[in-house]
Design a protein around this ligand. Structure first.
Ligand code: SAM
Length: 240
């Protein structure tokens, strides 16, 4: 989650997010006050909390009831590509704390199934499970919960970095690969896929597979993604 970042400018919104989001009561919980248990926290987590407190996107998310500033990243992607339709069936990989799920539910998705290593507070209109997506059988569990093939697969999965460049790189690529493989196997024809990616990452093989399986693949750098970071999103449109 190192890429929850400071923005350069406000996102362009097709549908302005004026309506309070569903399940938004947990937004920014515990983030608005003083850090009371600082002595128990690691330096990196204190730094992370300080960044969140100083970050206008996190502030905006708290004020509007979004679970995370990541909600603005997906809202911008959806504004541009119109991925969530009324009645859409969505699977969200790496869904905690639930910002993308809130956006999907708010924009009319009929069914949203999310998975994360971390527990997620319930969001009406969605089914959220705590599991490691890479564990055997979890992929099928998600399809069973959705009750059929998804129209949209989302992955904002990000591992906790270990600080060793090559190891972190391999972990990033592994998550992108496993999410892409799942999307290609399960999406209905015409369905779409969004995954977090990193500039400079060696996602060449995944990119080739996505280009073969989808009509179009685009790179997007949402405004809510910090300018200096390498985070980008791959948007694969219209499963063949
Ligand atoms: N899109 C989310 C939102 O809108 O609130 C934010 C997602 S956060 C950047 C990345 C998440 O990926 C973390 O919560 C992390 O626990 C999850 N994650 C990483 N590896 C995972 C795995 N193997 N299975 C499930 N979730 C995973």
């Amino acid at each position: 989650m190192s890429d929850d970042e400071k923005p350069a400018s406000a996102p362009q919104e097709r549908r302005r997010m004026v309506k309070p989001p569903t399940g938004g009561t947990a937004a920014g919980r515990g983030m608005g006050g003083k850090i009371k248990t600082a002595e128990k926290k690691s330096i990196s987590s204190i730094e992370w909390i300080k960044r969140q407190l100083a970050d206008p996107w996190s502030e905006k998310a708290r004020a509007e009831g979004w679970r995370s500033r990541a909600a603005f990243k997906f809202s911008e992607i959806d504004d541009r590509f119109h991925l969530v339709k009324r009645g859409s069936r969505v699977i969200d990989l790496g869904a905690a704390p639930g910002g993308w799920v809130q956006v999907c539910v708010n924009r009319g998705a009929a069914s949203v199934v999310g998975v994360d290593l971390l527990p997620i507070e319930p969001i009406p209109g969605s089914t959220l499970i705590q599991a490691d997506f890479t564990d055997p059988g979890v992929d099928q569990q998600l399809i069973d919960l959705l009750g059929g093939p998804p129209d949209l697969v989302l992955s904002d999965m990000a591992h906790n970095t270990v600080g060793h460049r090559q190891t972190d790189h391999l972990k990033i690529i592994a998550l992108i690969e496993v999410a892409s493989d799942f999307a290609i196997r399960t999406l209905r024809p015409g369905g779409h896929f969004v995954t977090k990616n990193f500039q400079g990452g060696d996602a060449g093989r995944v990119l080739a597979e996505l280009r073969a399986a989808f009509q179009e693949v685009k790179y997007v750098k949402p405004a809510a993604s910090r300018k200096g970071s390498s985070e980008v999103y791959l948007v694969a449109l219209n499963r063949k």
